[in-house]
Design a protein. Structure first.
Length: 179
């Protein structure tokens, strides 16, 4: 186990196996629909890279960057830092997130994308912290794993920009963010 973890939650093998299952489900659901898979920068990158390897139908990718989080507590501001580079009208859009926490970020993103009239709009998230949700009506159609209300890092999830490169997911040691 990596020394920054207090507890290991998901090994690399478990994450890859789950990505394979999700990819197979997505392939079935989107066959013939040429989905546009939208990765939310920066946290979704490792998950997106693994997931799309297991999507067997034709698909395209886009990226978007929004920010609503500082340190270990959610703030209530969401800013679009990088927008999509193409129209999504009439497209089947699948938004890829690392973790849905309060849901504030995705609620804004989904509203914004829905206004652009996609044929369909769904979410795939590696992790979900249901206990922290403060918005209603946000359905995560495809979910990797449910996690408890603990601060987790690895496989794209960071603490102040660090630890995205760790290939497994665990609970960050408190002494790291409390010093
Ligand atoms: P939300 O708007 O509160 O749902 O925040 C979502 C974003 O907060 C995610 O995309 C992450 O960047 C960040 N986040 C939430 N929980 C964690 C965590 O446990 N570790 C690392 N980042 C987190």
């Amino acid at each position: 186990m990596n020394k920054i973890f207090e507890e290991l939650l998901f090994s690399h093998e478990e994450i890859v196996a789950r990505c394979k299952e999700l990819g197979q489900q997505i392939t079935k659901d989107y066959e013939g629909k040429m989905p546009l898979v939208v990765g939310m920068l920066k946290g979704s990158i490792p998950f997106m890279a693994e997931l799309i390897k297991h999507i067997g139908c034709d698909m395209e990718t886009e990226y978007m960057q929004c920010s609503s989080y500082e340190g270990t507590e959610s703030t209530h501001n969401v800013v679009v830092k990088k927008d999509l580079s193409a129209s999504i009208e009439g497209r089947h859009v699948l938004v890829v997130e690392d973790i849905v926490d309060t849901g504030l970020t995705l609620k804004l993103v989904m509203g914004l994308l829905r206004d652009r009239k996609p044929a369909s709009l769904e979410i795939v998230s590696l992790l979900n912290k249901q206990a922290r949700r403060i918005v209603d009506g946000l359905e995560v159609k495809y979910l990797g794993f449910e996690v408890e209300n603990k601060f987790v890092v690895g496989f794209g999830l960071d603490y102040d920009g660090l630890y995205r490169n760790i290939d497994e997911i665990g609970v960050l040691k408190k002494e790291i963010y409390m010093k």
